[in-house]
Each structure stands twice: as C-alpha cells, then as structure tokens.
Design a protein around this ligand. Structure first.
Ligand code: 13P
Ligand code: SF4
Length: 317
C-alpha cells in the first residue's frame, strides 16, 4: 500500500479528531508542525488547566508521559492517549518511588512540593505539585516557617530557594536538556550579538542562570519576547518554543543555545521529539497507546495537583 504523505496524515488527523470528539494538547517543545495541528499549545501549567476543563471525549497528548498522566489523573473518565509510550522525561526518571519514600522518611515534618515533571507515583507521595510557571508563588503561598522538600529538579529548586529564602531540602535531579547548555557558547553568542538578551529556563544550571537577562518558564519566556522591546534573544531552553516566538513576532531574531557536547549541535529533548505526525495519526485512529493510572495512585495524586490548581487560580496564574 502507498505510504501516506504528511499532508494526508494531517487531513486525516483533522477528520478523525472531529469524528471522535478528540482534542490534541501540545507542549511548546513539540515540533512546529505538531503545534500547528494542536487544539491547544501551552506550558505544563496551561496544559494541565486545559486538560482539566474541556468537552472532548478523547485527549491526545503531544508531549511526554507525565503530562498525559496528569491529564488522566484530572479527568479519569476520559480516554487519554500518548502516541509513543517511550516519550518519558529524564527528570521524572531521576526520582524513583522507593528512593523518594526514603528521602521523605529521612526529612520528616516537611511539606512535599513536587514539580509536575514526576511520575504519578511521586505525585501521590506529594502535598502540592508545582510547575516552572508557579513554583515560586506556590512556595511563597505557604506560611513562612513551613519546612519544604522540593523535588526533583535541583536547579529549579535552587532558583526557588534563592527567590523565597525558605527552608528547603532539594532532591538532586536534573533534566538532560537544561543541564547541558554551554555557558561558553552563550558568551560567544553574546559577543557576536551584543544587543541580544539571554533568556533562560529555571531548569538550567546556576552559571547559565547567572548570565541571564530573564529567567522564566516556557510561557514566561514567550511572553517576554512578545512584550520586550529588544530584537534578538539567545534562548536556553528546548528550541521547540522558537516556533511560537517566530509566529508571534517574525521580525525578531531567536538564537538557540547549543549543548556542551555539541556533536549534534542541537538541544532538542529526544523524548518530546519522539512524537511525530504519523504517530499522532495512528494513535488517534487506533485509540492506543492509552494512558492508565492505578486507581489508588490516581486518587492520591489528584489531591496535590488540585491543590496546585486552587492556589494558581487564587493567584490568577
Ligand atoms: P514548562 O513548565 O515551562 O512547560 O517546562 C516543562 C519542561 O518539561 C521543561 O523542561
Ligand atoms: Fe523532561 Fe527535560 Fe524533556 Fe522537559 S526537556 S520533558 S524536563 S527531559
């Protein structure tokens, strides 16, 4: 049988979506062509808010597993699909349930705040979930004397610690994309583009955060390039976000930062990039792979995610 062309997959995706009352939620780190067919594109916080409130029967997540699991936890009655179950997250993977239980046991009396980039099992052990968009505000919303465990990203944790000055014990996890940005490359790009602003995701290492003109979540970086009066940006986060930046403001220049080990020269998240148009088509057509979460874990994980949503709503985030 003749292999379909990309445009055929795209029109089939549109047709099946309408037929099955399905929506596609895509993260900013997805390929541009996937962002363009999605019903909603956003950062982790906006995606979970959208997953919680929509009229679809099926949610297809163009993102990674922890995002699809969060959607399932928030809407257990819906069918949640992920086009490739290998699309996991190195950061979520750095925090295993058994080790985390031990960590909590060894640091008693602390409120457990976990980043949304965790498995459902870790969420179930947590008191509140946060994303990079609301981590500082979530921590700040707690009484000043409340002691905190923050997991799993040590860079985001240290960033939040510096901003809030709270008593925090931080899990030693990192994201393989954000810990690898080359400071040397950033400085050399800045030399060649002296008017450029360096904008950085808080998952980056301290030396990279130290040279930043602006630090923020993916949506915060996007908003910054929109409202800022500059014309050129050196960007230390996954380069998928540049697709939206260009759509918003095509005349500005956006320079992605390469990793330290620059053999491929790009800083793409290999998990995010496992999702393709063809896989989305097959997944929608066959309604699998589907995401399932054990019922007890789902119930326990719902509480801390809902707590995050309530705090975020109160703060207008
Ligand atoms: P955001 O919270 O900005 O969406 O980031 C998610 C992520 O995976 C960062 O690596
Ligand atoms: Fe996980 Fe890093 Fe990929 Fe984000 S960029 S999904 S934190 S591995």
């Amino acid at each position: 049988m003749k292999r379909k062309e990309k445009k055929d997959y795209i029109s089939e995706i549109r047709r099946i979506k309408a037929e099955k009352n399905a929506i596609i939620l895509a993260h900013y780190y997805q390929a541009g062509e996937i962002q363009d067919i999605a019903d909603f594109v956003g950062d982790s916080l906006a995606l979970s808010q959208k997953a919680a409130v929509n009229d679809a029967d099926i949610i297809l997540f163009a993102g990674v597993k922890f995002m699809a699991e969060t959607a399932k936890i928030l809407t257990p009655g819906k069918k949640v699909l992920l086009p490739d179950l290998d699309a996991v997250c190195s950061l979520a993977d750095s925090c295993k349930e058994k080790d985390f239980r031990e960590f909590i046991k060894n640091n008693p009396g602390r409120t457990v705040i976990s980043y949304i980039n965790t498995t459902a099992e870790i969420k179930a052990l947590s008191d509140i979930i946060c994303t990079s968009s609301n981590a500082v505000q979530i921590v700040d919303s707690l009484p000043k004397d409340e002691k905190i465990i923050f997991a799993p990203d040590r860079n985001l944790g240290n960033y939040v610690l510096n901003k809030t000055g709270r008593d925090m014990v931080i899990w030693n996890g990192t994201c393989h994309v954000h810990e690898e940005f080359s400071l040397e490359a950033i400085l050399s790009l800045k030399d060649k583009n002296p008017d450029a602003k360096i904008i950085v995701h808080p998952e980056c290492e301290l030396p990279v955060r130290m040279v930043a003109d602006y630090i923020g979540s993916t949506s915060a970086l996007l908003n910054f390039t929109k409202s800022d009066n500059g014309n050129c940006y050196i960007i230390a986060t996954e380069p998928g976000i540049i697709h939206q930046m260009k759509k918003q403001n095509p005349t500005k220049k956006y320079i992605p930062v390469p990793p330290k080990d620059s053999t491929c020269g790009c800083s793409e998240c290999n998990f995010m990039k496992l999702i393709t148009i063809e896989k989305i088509y097959r997944c929608l057509k066959n309604e699998k792979p589907e995401i399932f979460v054990d019922n007890k874990i789902l119930i326990d994980a719902q509480k801390p995610i809902k707590r995050m949503m309530e705090i975020s709503k109160k703060l207008g985030l």
